[in-house]
Design a protein around this ligand. Structure first.
Ligand SMILES: [Fe+2]
Length: 195
């Protein structure tokens, strides 16, 4: 499930309906997709793309995306810190950032860059699909496991190229990840882990 954190208000939104409504304010769409066993962590990228072919086609039709791939980052990834540093500075890009999280966890910070709207964080967990619209100021950090496997969709793969902002706010916010347990049918924040 996705979580919203508003750091300046020290407020976290866990209710998924409220999360969806909040994100739509910023034209960010959130969905939950099932995680079938046959598309587990050891599945090949082709097997994963085949398992989600129907959903991917739906997104392509809806958003005009033409290609999809699977990104896989973990502590064994060569030059991991350099790769993560590319994501964790405030940037925009020319096309949507569409991600379906298969495994691992990460935090998008969104800078609405609008009067009266503050920077907020979206924690994405396995099963979450979100899009960050083209031109949105944002940055991304992995949680403590430094692991993420995700389906990405593109209109043009070169469109992912980040355009960094000299006035980026990433240095002012500490990314925080939450561990969540289901309890009495309600999601509860049970642990807070610094990245
Ligand atoms: Fe990005």
């Amino acid at each position: 499930m996705a979580l919203i954190t508003l750091p300046k208000q020290n407020r976290t939104i866990t209710d998924q309906a409220q999360v969806g409504q909040f994100l739509l304010t910023y034209n960010i769409h959130h969905e939950r997709w099932p995680l079938p066993d046959f598309a587990g962590p050891d599945a090949t990228p082709d097997a994963i793309l085949a398992a989600y072919a129907t959903q991917i086609q739906t997104l392509k039709t809806r958003g005009g995306y033409v290609t999809a791939d699977v990104i896989n980052v973990n502590p064994q990834t060569p030059n991991l810190d350099a790769i993560l540093a590319k994501f964790s500075r405030e940037h925009t890009h020319a096309e949507d950032e569409v991600r379906f999280i298969l495994s691992g966890r990460g935090v998008f910070h969104i800078n609405p860059d609008r009067p009266g709207h503050e920077v907020f964080a979206i924690q994405t967990d396995p099963g979450d699909l979100i899009n960050v619209p083209a031109g949105t100021r944002h940055w991304f950090d992995l949680c403590a496991e430094k692991t993420i496997r995700a389906i990405r969709l593109f209109k043009d793969p070169s469109g992912w190229t980040p355009e960094y902002l000299p006035t980026g706010l990433h240095g002012e916010f500490v990314p925080v990840c939450f561990s969540i347990q289901q309890f009495s049918g309600e999601p509860q924040v049970v642990n807070r882990l610094p990245i």
